[in-house]
Design a protein around this ligand. Structure first.
Ligand SMILES: NC(=O)c1ccc[n+]([C@@H]2O[C@H](COP(=O)([O-])OP(=O)(O)OC[C@H]3O[C@@H](n4cnc5c(N)ncnc54)[C@H](O)[C@@H]3O)[C@@H](O)[C@H]2O)c1
Length: 309
């Protein structure tokens, strides 16, 4: 197959690219290297460096026909979306519209979208969310992602594009950008615990906050299968393990596996941060059969990867 992958220089996108190449597919990658790294782009893909929300970048695709588009790239931090809401809107929403228009023009019929659990926001006395639950975004980031989901639904109805909106929960694992201290709880804490230039570990917000942590290899397998398994078509799907881990539990396990005794300092939370939600993943489990890795095991693998680096 001939696929376009956006965000292929980033954490999730580059892992997807590697696996798709192993499967023998032909790939084009777009990335502006905003948070991604050129070293993540393998030589055997066609790489277009540029902002996918801009016409000049889309033009560089030369009307090439793709069997599917994996729109993985985006601005992935709620905190950053407050610092630059306009970049967030262009990157996470305008880009989706432009790529969908490209699909219509070039008759591409499959669009896989990296959405987020942030679209649910929060609701008092509810921790576990399913795909039918009300969405209530708390950050500009989440608003933009939800808007993209809506564009997909309309393009599907009007133009027959098959879409999958994958509401990723919190992804962690080897390959994660440890220098981005604004996205990814596990990587943020690991960086501070393991890097000697940090003399303490700063936690922004309550220790009882929690996340549904899903390992990168599971994300890659699910995302690729979603383009190849008809059961995923035209669905919004929670991509989480259905298990919750508190910040306190994360920190305790990190201490256990790193042996670090650094002091933990609690600071004020960041705007738009969710206290905690986790996935009702019944829909995912009804169409995807492989087991999802436990955090305990995934964390050890991630620490090994950091130490090897
Ligand atoms: N990591 C998570 O826990 C998580 C959770 C939910 C959803 N997501 C979504 O998954 C996707 C991938 O996240 P990630 O963790 O790999 O992030 P990442 O920052 O590592 O990767 C994103 C990539 O997109 C590129 N990019 C950003 N804006 C761009 C633009 N305007 N034009 C071209 N390229 C651009 C970046 O340079 C980067 O390589 C994002 O859309 C994110 O919102 C991630």
């Amino acid at each position: 197959m001939n696929y376009l992958v956006t965000g292929g220089a980033g954490f999730v996108g580059s892992a997807i690219v590697k696996k798709l190449l192993k499967q023998g597919h032909v790939l084009t990658v777009i990335d502006n290297l905003n948070t991604g790294y050129i070293e993540n782009i393998p030589k055997d893909v066609l790489f277009i460096e540029g902002d996918f929300s801009k016409n000049e970048t889309i033009k560089k695709l030369n009307n090439a026909k793709f069997d599917g588009i994996f729109h993985i790239g985006g601005q992935s931090s709620g905190e950053m979306s407050y610092e630059d809401p306009e970049y967030d809107l262009n990157t996470n929403t305008l880009s989706t519209l432009k790529l969908l228009q490209y699909c219509v023009k070039t008759e591409c019929k499959t669009f896989i979208y990296a959405s987020t659990m942030s679209v649910y926001g929060e609701k008092e006395s509810q921790e576990k969310f399913n795909e039918q639950d009300e969405t209530n975004p708390k950050s500009f980031y989440a608003v933009g992602k939800l808007a993209s989901e809506k564009y997909l639904e309309i393009f599907s109805k009007q133009f027959g594009i098959d879409y999958v909106s994958l509401r990723y929960f919190n992804i962690y694992g080897p390959g994660q950008n440890l220098d981005n201290l604004k996205q990814g709880m596990v990587s943020i804490y690991l960086k501070q615990f393991l890097d000697d230039s940090f003399d303490k570990v700063i936690v922004k917000g309550d220790l009882n906050r929690f996340r549904d942590l899903i390992y990168i290899d599971d994300i890659v397998d699910i995302t690729i299968e979603s383009a190849q398994n008809n059961k995923f078509i035209n669905k919004i799907i929670n991509i989480g393990t259905g298990r919750k881990t508190t910040v306190n539990e994360m920190l305790t396990l990190i201490r256990k596996y790193t042996g670090s005794e650094k002091k933990i300092v609690i600071e004020e939370g960041t705007p738009g941060d969710q206290f905690g939600i986790y996935a009702n993943n019944k829909l995912l489990l009804s169409i995807y059969n492989k087991p999802l890795l436990d955090f305990d095991i995934g964390l050890k693998k991630m620490i090994e990867w950091i130490r090897e680096k």
